[in-house]
Design a protein around this ligand. Structure first.
Ligand code: NDP
Length: 248
């Protein structure tokens, strides 16, 4: 895969899908800024793993829900490297509950962490990328943002919002040489899904045509493609990485 840019910020890259995206992009020669919120040690381990493979990485800790900190983080990157070529808005949380029992605060917390943070990242990266007339952003949403899911009204709303927001950014930035795309993973084996009981995991697996959970690496590969020059005429797209679910 070919990348004309030189560096990337991956939010929530201390573990799970984000860590795998960071390692994969470093493997393609990009300098990777590994963002974390609480997992400083884990983020260091991601950096060390990248460097052990001959790649280049830096750790940058901030909470994506803290607007000033997010803006400052991007400034730190641009001050160090002269640009930000790519951004992956990956950080995300769940606070599941049936809607009747869900507190408004739980709804807002998830919207804030998953959608508002991605908005800040998309907007701030556009300010920087338009100066170079080059950039590519991938937002990690979810199949749940396409289909809805019982017990996840907050999460579904946040991820559905990411899908629509990404298309809107794509339209606004298209003539500035910046592309915005979304990936909607299905069920991926990470700490987020590890908490599910075996029974629930089996009930999900039975609904997946490929009959297994995905691997974080499979999301990372799709992310790399959308960021890369190979996807140079693709913007505003939503790429499903879900083993064949929800094909419509
Ligand atoms: P994990 O829970 O394994 O990891 C979440 C990551 O996000 C951690 O690195 C965490 O950092 C970071 N994070 C959370 N909140 C913040 C914050 N406020 N600021 C900065 N970083 C934050 O999740 P996954 O790897 O499973 O999920 C990654 C993304 O993929 C999420 O957006 C999720 O919604 C999405 N997704 C996941 C699916 C799955 O099946 N796993 C399916 C569909 C979508 P730290 O530990 O340092 O706090």
């Amino acid at each position: 895969m070919k990348f004309s840019g030189k560096n990337v910020l991956v939010t929530g890259a201390s573990r799970g899908i984000g860590a795998e995206i960071a390692k994969t992009l470093a493997g393609f020669g990009l300098k990777v800024w590994v963002n974390y919120r609480s997992g400083a040690k884990e983020a260091d381990a991601v950096k060390e793993a990248i460097e052990a493979e001959g790649g280049s990485a830096a750790v940058i800790g901030f909470d994506v829900t803290d607007e000033a900190a997010f803006i400052d983080g991007i400034k730190t990157i641009v001050d160090a490297d002269g640009e930000l070529s790519y951004l992956v808005n990956n950080a995300g949380i769940t606070k599941d509950k049936l809607a009747l029992r869900m507190k408004t605060q739980d709804f807002m917390d998830v919207i804030n962490a998953n959608l508002t943070s991605a908005f800040i990242g998309c907007r701030e990266s556009m300010k920087v990328m338009r100066k170079k007339k080059f950039g590519s952003v991938v937002n990690i949403a979810s199949i749940v943002g396409e289909t809805g899911n019982g017990g996840q009204t907050n999460y579904a709303a946040s991820k559905g919002g990411v899908i629509a927001m990404t298309k809107s950014f794509a339209i606004e930035a298209a003539t500035s040489g910046i592309r915005y795309n979304t990936i909607t993973p299905g069920f991926i084996a990470t700490e987020m899904t590890e908490v599910l009981s075996d029974e629930v995991k089996k009930s999900f697996t039975d609904k997946i045509p490929m009959n297994r959970f995905g691997d974080a690496k499979e999301v990372a590969n799709a992310t790399a493609f959308l960021l890369s020059d190979y996807a140079s005429y693709i913007t505003g797209e939503t790429l499903k990485v879900n083993g064949g679910m929800n094909m419509a």
